[in-house]
Design a protein around this ligand. Structure first.
Ligand code: MEV
Length: 436
């Protein structure tokens, strides 16, 4: 086990598979069969997937589900979600339905500014660098024109470039800190191209104008976008929150707010609380072909912006009205990247009525808020295991290779019984004994 190989990327797809299965599997033909059963019969579609990345050997499927009945700013949506966790889509749908009869979700894009930086080291005089930067600043914009002209025609582009002195943090460290408006594009390629052009301009002009060594270390966008912010909110009279006789709206709201308050002050809880929010966010980000790692990194950094990791959501009761809200940074795109390439991404965006990036920010934020509402509602009332294990039942039945008749019988049985691994196994064994 554990072989290495030179020139792997140059092999054909079937040579790559042969090398993998022959070197890492005790039953190479079985492994090959598993890989091949996920290939698409449509050759063009398979080729598209093969070419998304290097060394593709198969496709990795995740379920694409939908959560209907979302009312966002009075417009109904069915939200596509790509996720493997059994209870997430069900929870989103439940929260959507709950709030659709209580005014729905209200959202607002607060800002859309993206950020990129050229990081450099300069061992000369700071004041000289300041003067040089002021003199040369317009050159950065002029030299980047070939990159920016199309974006500018549509109303976006470079907003500003500032010189930042970071020598307090690291010896001789400075930045060109640039801000961008990238409209419906997530903007990574646009921003990185601009930044690399700034670096070229910097190197060219600095060597002529400055005494001392200036070395560009790197030029890259930041996935921390605290000025690309969206707000999502739900609110209703406290007494409209109650759905059962077991808890009044007021008691529910107070317990719910306590749960949010705990996540605001306790990082161990905040991480799980925010993970639940990301269940909703990542699922829509994936379905719409956006970069969930960028979103994750940026959102968690934002959750720590006051120096301690904290809840992304907040809740209050004021004058008898319960309000639950969240503001998060989301740099999303609805053009470029996978959005025009992956057929399921195109389908997801069409399902959402071909949103602009700003509209998608609002939809994604709602999915996150809804997910958190559903989680806290379960946690503060029944606990999550009841609903979670009900949704997980099908996975357990599949694990024990239950057939369709057994699945129907046991789904019915577990409507009134607690789902646990051992209870499902026992019920299945009993059923099989009865039948045989
Ligand atoms: C599970 O994927 C997510 C939850 O743990 C979130 C939470 O605890 O708030 C239910």
């Amino acid at each position: 086990m554990g072989k290495s190989i030179a020139g792997f990327s140059k092999l054909s797809k079937s040579e790559k598979i042969d090398w993998i299965v022959n070197n890492y599997f005790s039953h190479p033909e079985d492994a090959k069969q598993i890989l091949k059963q996920y290939w698409n019969n449509n050759k063009a579609l398979q080729q598209l997937h093969d070419e998304f990345i290097e060394n593709t050997i198969s496709n990795y499927y995740l379920p694409l589900g939908v959560a209907p009945n979302f009312l966002i700013n009075n417009k109904p949506y069915t939200i596509p979600m790509v996720i493997e966790e059994s209870s997430v889509v069900a929870a989103a749908s439940k929260a959507a339905k709950f709030w659709s009869s209580r005014g729905g979700f209200k959202t607002k894009v607060i800002s859309t500014t993206k950020i990129g930086q050229v990081h450099f080291i300069f061992d000369g005089d700071t004041q000289d660098l300041d003067i040089y930067f002021k003199t040369i600043k317009s050159q950065f914009f002029d030299d980047a024109k070939s990159v920016t002209q199309n974006m500018e025609k549509r109303g976006g582009g470079i907003l500003d470039i500032v010189l930042k002195n970071k020598t307090d943090a690291l010896e001789n460290y400075y930045q060109l800190h640039a801000t961008f408006e990238t409209l419906d594009a997530m903007g990574a390629n646009f921003i990185n191209s601009c930044l690399e052009q700034f670096a070229t301009t910097l190197k060219r002009t600095a060597s002529k104008s400055l005494k001392g060594n200036l070395n560009v270390v790197m030029s890259i966008l930041s996935n921390y976008v605290p000025d690309c912010l969206v707000r999502a909110e739900v609110s209703c009279d406290v007494d409209k929150l109650s759905e059962s006789n077991t808890m009044s709206g007021d008691a529910f709201a107070k317990k719910f707010i306590e749960a949010v308050n705990i996540a605001e002050v306790e990082p161990y809880r905040a991480v799980t609380h925010n993970k639940g929010i990301m269940n909703g966010i990542d699922a829509v980000v994936l379905a719409t072909g956006n970069d969930f790692r960028a979103i994750e990194a940026g959102v968690h950094a934002y959750a720590s912006r006051h120096g301690q990791y904290s809840s992304l959501t907040h809740a209050k009761i004021e004058n008898g009205v319960f309000t639950f809200w969240m503001e998060i940074p989301l740099a999303l795109g609805t053009v470029g990247g996978l959005t025009g390439l992956h057929p399921l991404v195109k389908l997801a965006l069409e399902m959402l009525d071909k949103p602009s990036a700003k509209e998608l920010m609002q939809i994604v934020a709602v999915a996150g808020l809804a997910q958190n509402f559903a989680a806290l509602r379960s946690l503060t009332t029944t606990g999550i295991q009841q609903g979670h294990m009900k949704m997980h039942l099908m996975n357990i039945l599949n694990q024990f290779k239950a057939n369709t008749t057994e699945k129907i019988a046991l789904t019915e049985h577990f409507k009134n019984h607690t789902v646990t691994h051992s209870a499902v196994l026992k019920a299945l064994e009993n059923l099989r004994l009865k039948v045989n």
